[in-house]
Design a protein. Structure first.
Length: 185
């Protein structure tokens, strides 16, 4: 059964285990990982962002970088947003000329804020045998820095951690998850 939900925008929070902060304002990493069940029970499928990202590119528009999903508080720009085999990868700049941008950069540096979250509208989803949503197509609106991410693996990396090691742990976890799904068929 396919579901199209047209109500209020939804949000998916992810701890950015592979998000790297450089120079206090340059950020890059995964805002969403495919095949991982979040605390709400949803799983984003590979390709879910493809149509939305293509439509934004055609319009010359960008996914917004917000503070805590507040549309009145943009804090930077995502210079690159793309899908790869692991999920939705983002790269951008926190604008420290903006008051909330300065606050966000300071909170990230101190480790007080370390989560990412996506704001989107569900275009196409299905319920699996357990009643969980498998999100097949999403209209992506924004990626926010947040206090409480829903997907436990979406965490900003602490200063001094090896970003490569964390990324490899994420890839290994994705492969284990995929192998488990294949075995359960």
């Amino acid at each position: 059964m396919q579901i199209a939900e047209w109500g209020a925008p939804e949000r998916k929070f992810q701890r950015a285990g592979a998000l790297v902060v450089r120079d206090g304002c340059l950020v890059e990493g995964y805002a969403s990982l495919f095949g991982k069940r979040d605390q709400g029970g949803d799983v984003v499928e590979p390709g879910a962002y493809k149509t939305s990202l293509a439509a934004l590119a055609r319009k010359g528009a960008r996914v917004k970088m917000l503070w805590q999903h507040d549309p009145a508080q943009p804090i930077g720009v995502w210079d690159e947003v793309r899908e790869d085999a692991a999920g939705l990868w983002v790269k951008g700049r926190i604008l420290t000329d903006v008051e909330k941008g300065r606050e966000a950069a300071a909170l990230l540096a101190a480790g007080a804020i370390d989560g990412l979250s996506i704001g989107y509208r569900t275009v196409r989803a299905e319920r699996d045998g357990k009643g969980q949503r498998r999100l097949a197509e999403l209209e992506l609106w924004e990626v926010s820095l947040v206090t409480f991410p829903m997907l436990q693996d979406a965490r900003v990396q602490a200063k001094g951690q090896d970003p490569g090691a964390e990324a490899w742990r994420e890839v290994a976890a994705l492969l284990r998850n995929a192998a488990g799904l294949m075995a359960g068929r």
